[in-house]
Design a protein around this ligand. Structure first.
Ligand code: GDP
Length: 283
């Protein structure tokens, strides 16, 4: 998706309409880049609703960092759920948090004699955060998720789960942040930005720089790089890797390999950003 102001306005309008139908908003983010994978105006959009933040793809993220991020958002007053929706059913833990969040609301309804205990929810997030995967896992089957283009009007249905949760079959797709170069690089490396909208070598250089700094054991371990190679500056290191892998001078090929290796988890479980430093890490 390439986002233009028209798309953004339309996506926002649609989501405002959908929000009227639900009790609970499930915001799906990528646990490897929790803050960078949040839409800049989502908080504002969901103000009146129960709001649950899902850190998804935890199987690809650094556990210690995931705990730190969870704590950071909880300190900010958000309800947080961690999920690996590729491999695990998130329904039970989701309902636990959702019920807690909606207790007040249900109590109020009860007083008025309304006996609806069904929770209605929708998923929202930027492209590629795992909304469709999460939804499918939640309802236990593959549903055709049609929400991956902004501003497409569709018929919406309620998907029923095994418990008292119903969920809109069309997730809300919002645009990522794109005002900051570093955020853009993180989004590109994780696959949240469409191919062709970035240069693979730029993203590979970003990855190399990040790995050297934050996870220095990865490059020697995974690619067998030597001390001498690691002391090269990033572009020379990329070229040295290109040669090492027999790609001659095709550094774009090497770049693509590095990016895919990261996305597939071949480099390990690596989180690309930390919560702000003043946030405390315990546990
Ligand atoms: P959407 O654009 O938000 O609907 O994202 P998708 O559900 O299409 O997921 C984007 C990619 O991430 C797909 O390749 C999924 O298989 C993958 N994915 C989604 N959730 C997870 C997860 O929890 N773990 C892993 N490893 N991959 C995931």
């Amino acid at each position: 998706i390439q986002w233009f102001p028209g798309h953004m306005a339309k996506a926002r309008r649609e989501i405002q309409e959908q929000l009227k139908l639900v009790d609970l908003v499930i915001e799906i983010t990528d646990a490897r880049i929790p803050e960078s994978s949040r839409n800049p105006m989502l908080n504002e959009l969901v103000q009146q609703k129960a709001h649950l933040l899902v850190l998804n793809k935890i199987d690809l993220a650094d556990d210690k960092m995931t705990r730190a991020w969870r704590q950071y958002y909880e300190n900010e007053g958000l309800a947080v759920l961690t999920a690996d929706s590729q491999h695990k059913q998130p329904l039970e833990p989701l309902l636990k948090v959702a019920n807690e969040l909606l207790k007040d609301k249900l109590e109020r309804q009860h007083e008025r004699g309304i006996k609806s205990s069904v929770i209605r929810a929708m998923c929202i997030g930027i492209p590629n955060s795992g909304k469709s995967t999460f939804l499918n896992r939640l309802v236990g089957r593959n549903v055709a998720v049609t929400g991956n283009r902004p501003g497409v009007t569709k018929n919406q249905n309620w998907l029923k789960t095994k418990q008292n949760l119903e969920i809109l079959d069309t997730p809300g797709v919002l645009w990522p942040k794109f005002e900051d170069e570093l955020i853009g690089q993180r989004l590109a490396l994780t696959g949240a930005i469409k191919e062709g909208l970035y240069h693979v070598d730029d993203i590979a250089l970003f990855a190399l720089h990040f790995l050297k700094l934050s996870y220095p054991q990865v490059l020697p371990k995974v690619y067998g790089l030597t001390e001498a190679q690691l002391s090269l500056d990033d572009p020379d290191l990329l070229l040295a890797m290109t040669k090492k892998f027999g790609y001659r001078d095709d550094y774009e090929k090497m770049s693509t390999k590095l990016i895919l290796d990261y996305r597939k988890g071949h480099l390990g479980r690596l989180t690309l950003e930390q919560p702000p430093v003043d946030a405390e890490v315990t546990k």
